[in-house]
Design a protein around this ligand. Structure first.
Ligand code: SF4
Length: 87
C-alpha cells in the first residue's frame, strides 16, 4: 500500500485486498483488456470492511492509479469534481 498516509493507518491492515494479487487492483485500463480486473477489484472492494476509509484516503490523496474503495481513477476524478467546490 501507498505510504502517503497522514491519518490513522489502522484500516490498511483490514483491507480485503490483502488476500489478493495486488495487480488486480492496478489494471492496465478500466476498459478493454483491463476491464475484467477492474470489475473484479471493485467486487472485492464492495466486500471490504474498510471501504469508506479507503475511498476517503484515495480522494484526499488524489490517488491517480488503481482501484481504491471500489472506484476507478475516472470515478474518483468525477467524485472530486462533484464534492469539491470550484475555487
Ligand atoms: S476498499 Fe478495496 S482497495 Fe481499499 S482496502 Fe478495501 S479491498 Fe483494498
Amino acid at each position: 500500500m501507498n505510504r502517503l498516509y497522514h491519518e490513522s493507518e489502522d484500516w490498511v491492515a483490514q483491507g480485503a485486498c490483502r488476500r489478493y494479487d495486488p495487480e488486480i487492483f492496478f489494471p492496465v485500463s478500466t476498459t478493454g483488456p483491463g476491464r475484467q480486473d477492474a470489475d473484479l477489484a471493485k467486487a472485492i472492494c464492495r466486500t471490504c470492511p474498510v471501504r469508506q476509509e479507503c475511498l476517503r484516503w484515495a480522494l484526499r490523496a488524489g490517488e491517480a492509479h488503481g482501484v481504491w474503495g471500489a472506484t476507478t481513477p475516472e470515478e474518483r476524478r468525477y467524485l472530486r469534481r462533484e464534492l469539491v467546490p470550484a475555487s
